[in-house]
Design a protein around this ligand. Structure first.
Ligand SMILES: [Zn+2]
Length: 159
């Protein structure tokens, strides 16, 4: 078993029971996302086998929040997602997640990310915000369009 490589497990790892071996870690709050009995049993068995449950520091979470704002993913992330990312940052680990926003931020932060299907994620997705009233495109999310004041602003994908 490798001693210096960490895999940070998001909820999909417990649902699918597919993830890399090695040092495994997750966050305290993941338990609230694992709802079905089979996943709970799998979670317990991994804890017995040495799955570490670690709470990332407030500083790491704040850093991830800033990165998520930069990529435009902040609005779709749960607090569990943010903690998974913060823990990946602290342990310099590979994040195992099927959540596209989580994967996107991993790329942005140069963290390794794989899906629960084992696929590596390569594409960085950035978002912009388009006003549906005047078509103005903004880099950052604003509560209202800076040109016409419309609140009808939606997220678009850009390369
Ligand atoms: Zn507008």
């Amino acid at each position: 078993m490798q001693t210096d490589v960490w895999n940070i497990l998001d909820s999909c790892a417990f649902f699918t029971q597919i993830h890399p071996d090695g040092n495994l870690a997750t966050v305290v709050d993941i338990e609230s996302e694992i709802v079905n009995r089979q996943s709970k049993q799998y979670y317990s068995s991994l804890v017995n086998k040495g799955l570490k449950i670690i709470e990332p520091s407030k500083e790491s979470i704040e850093l991830v929040e800033r990165k998520a704002v930069e990529t435009g993913d902040y609005d779709v992330l749960s607090s569990v997602d943010l903690k998974i990312l913060a823990l990946g940052y602290e342990l310099k680990g590979t994040i195992v997640s099927d959540d596209f926003a989580v994967q996107n931020i991993c790329l942005h932060m140069e963290l390794e990310a794989i899906g629960c299907n084992g696929k590596k994620i390569k594409e960085i997705r950035n978002w912009k915000y388009k006003c549906s009233a005047c078509n103005k495109i903004a880099d950052k999310k604003e509560n209202a369009c800076s040109v016409c004041g419309s609140k009808d602003v939606f997220r678009i994908k850009v390369k």
